[in-house]
Design a protein around this ligand. Sequence first.
Ligand code: PLP
Length: 381
Amino acid sequence: MAEQKVPILDLTRSFREIKPEVFSALERIFDAQSFILGREVETFERHCDKYLEVPEGSSVGCASGTDALLLALMAADIKPGDEVITTPFTFFATAGAVARLGGVPVFADIDPVTYNIDINDAMSRITPKTKIFLPVHLFGQMTPAEGVIDELHGRGIKIVEDTAQAFGAFRNADGKILRAGAVGDIGCYSFFPTKNLGGCGDGGMVLSRDKDTADRLRRLRVHGSGTTYYHDEIGINSRLDAIQAAILDIKLKHLEAWNEERRRIADYYRLLFKTNDLQEFVVPPAELEGNYHIYHQYVIRVKAKRDELMQYLNAEGFAVRVYYPLSLHLQPCFAYLGYHEGDLPQSEKLTREALALPVFPGLEAKEQEALAESIAKFFRK
Ligand SMILES: *Cc1c(COP(=O)(O)O)cnc(C)c1O
């Protein structure tokens, strides 16, 4: 193992900036001894409304991104046997939430350029049982779904966006700014510590611009109760806590700068691949026209010897990782869905080629340079 160590993510570097503010918020919360929902959560939710440019009251904090998906699917009235069209190239929770509620995940293949769901393939998989379309804004880049929303609604299908990796991402569609999570019917966010807006524990949020849906989500997160001890429907216990909300509220003020820094890091990797003549070996992630990619992850394609490269880089002290090594349609837990190898070739190909490089606020140029040189050394040795 080489001396030099570049982690895949180092949260200590950005925490230094906000430490005094975080500690004074913690003192305020402990003095008040009010820990669940309450004023801190409401303040953060209203700031999210503003940041995401949605009507006041749209943002609803909850306990995790996984719960955000469960709550959204419940509010979209998913029933056992309903089909939900989604991507197989994502974190497990996306499809796991569907199956947990008795829904049937229907996987469409991905677009090889953006790694997001291929919208045309998704549309071709609609059946009379399709109830929900669930795109994921993977690695920080939006799926351009705005063009199919009217058609989906016309066919009685709701759009739930998995925005766990894309808080603050947006796209400019013919001059109209569309914010990730605020385009479809319900957006789902995660504040898991490693996300680009992350707390100091689990946390999440659901968002709906429709007031009735937002009110229903607010009830569903407290056991379906509108008035304490009176239950309109069966919900779950999924609340954001005051400590998470206060810390997230502090981080939200820095998010734009941090997302900008991620974009600068991405630009620099692209340049380094050129200056090191790596184009024939690796493909940098593409930003779709109009998209503001926030690079929650920086995932390249390695055309050959991905696993060997990963081992080599890890041994050289660079923490690189594979997101994701197995497409969801081939996971053992989804064998009952009947998919086989070869069914979704683009997703399967990417599981063999994807490699995530370090990207986080505070990553230094010299660390990126050393990594690029190491990649060059591997391919030329
Ligand atoms: C992280 C993540 C989730 C789940 O969020 P948790 O807060 O960890 O429950 C869901 N979907 C995607 C795409 C994610 O990356």
